[in-house]
Design a protein around this ligand. Structure first.
Ligand SMILES: Cc1cc2nc3c(=O)[nH]c(=O)nc-3n(C[C@H](O)[C@H](O)[C@H](O)COP(=O)(O)OP(=O)(O)OC[C@H]3O[C@@H](n4cnc5c(N)ncnc54)[C@H](O)[C@@H]3O)c2cc1C
Length: 300
């Protein structure tokens, strides 16, 4: 249980930042994770009075405040329309609706948890973080920084450009609301494929693979391209073992997920949430069997 002597709800970011620079303080998002930690602090800094809960959209980008809840991401029409429903897909397995009404985007990204669905999803979209001290930086750069170095800062917003990319997301879980065994997001922009893998079980990271233009248009090239991207993609990642699965199992699953998501983005198949159920979800939300896709996977 977390214990603190003092609770402060700052009315400005500067006040919050000055308080958070003290080693004896802790910033609170939704406190869903923090409340399980066994720590004692002098001051809890509640960011809920700073107007950071909300998603702003203009022609160029989305600006997601740090106190936006996961449920707001899940149900935001603009975000889900722009990115093919991946925000619905990457949040819907996280515990339950009540939990997602409390957990925040800021806590999910600042926490940089290895299992994070949100980090995996945003990395494939080339998102940026806006920090109170330090300004805007690519999320990929922020995610790679050891947690201890950025301990004393405030995450203000996440920025996602509307750059025309399409994206697809999928996880494998041993049970529906468990932490993911593997999380995968694939995005396509022009001739570039951006692949993000989380829960390996290390922290998510993303790589970019260029389309093989020479083979474009040849018979069956989409399928061959999906296979090539998946094989190239997994080479860029390391996979570890934990209670949920071995590194080798994760590597095999990763190749399969990347291939399926690439095919989905090419319009050849629809990928849903989990693999255990053997069912796949179409974009309009109805559940459909996709035997064709499984048969193809089994043949390899
Ligand atoms: C039982 C359980 C199951 C979960 N399952 C999943 C899952 O399957 N997939 C998944 O992706 N996530 C999962 N999570 C994580 C969850 O989605 C949230 O990411 C997590 O609870 C943190 O969000 P929060 O708003 O509660 O942050 P808090 O608990 O309030 O904070 C988390 C950390 O971030 C810091 N922090 C918070 N906001 C800011 C800010 N704006 N600036 C600077 N620092 C900040 C805090 O100081 C703290 O160190 C799970 C969590 C729990 C407790």
């Amino acid at each position: 249980m977390i214990q603190a002597k003092e609770y402060v709800r700052p009315s400005s970011l500067e006040e919050a930042y000055q308080l958070c620079r003290r080693r004896s303080s802790v910033v609170a998002g939704g406190m869903m994770w923090l409340k399980m930690e066994n720590i004692q602090k002098q001051t809890i800094i509640d960011l809920s009075g700073l107007g950071l809960a909300g998603i702003e959209e203009d022609e160029e980008q989305f600006r997601i405040g740090a106190m936006t809840t996961l449920r707001m991401l899940e149900t935001h029409p603009g975000l889900n329309q722009e990115f093919d429903g991946i925000f619905r897909e990457c949040t819907r397995h996280i515990v339950g609706v009540q939990f997602r009404n409390g957990a925040t985007v800021g806590g999910s990204i600042y926490g940089r948890f290895g299992f994070s669905d949100i980090l995996t999803c945003l990395l494939a979209l080339d998102a940026y973080v806006e920090l109170y001290y330090g300004g805007v930086m690519p999320l990929a750069q922020f995610a790679a920084i050891p947690r201890s170095i950025t301990e004393r800062n405030i995450l203000v917003r996440i920025l996602i450009k509307k750059d025309g990319r399409r994206a697809a997301y999928r996880t494998v879980r041993r049970a529906s609301t468990d932490f993911p065994l593997l999380a995968c997001c694939v995005a396509k922009k022009g001739g570039q494929w951006q692949i993000s893998l989380g829960a390996r079980p290390q922290r998510a990271k993303a790589v970019v693979i260029s389309e093989n233009e020479e083979s474009c248009g040849a018979e069956g090239w989409e399928e061959q391209e999906a296979i090539r991207i998946a094989k190239e993609g997994v080479k860029a990642f390391s996979f570890g073992s934990n209670l949920r699965g071995s590194g080798e199992y994760r590597r095999v699953l990763a190749e399969l997920l990347i291939r399926r998501l690439a095919r989905q983005l090419q319009g050849q198949g629809e990928a849903g949430s989990g693999m255990g159920s053997g069912r796949e979800q179409s974009k309009n939300g109805t559940m459909t069997e996709s035997d064709q896709s499984r048969k193809e996977d089994n043949r390899r």
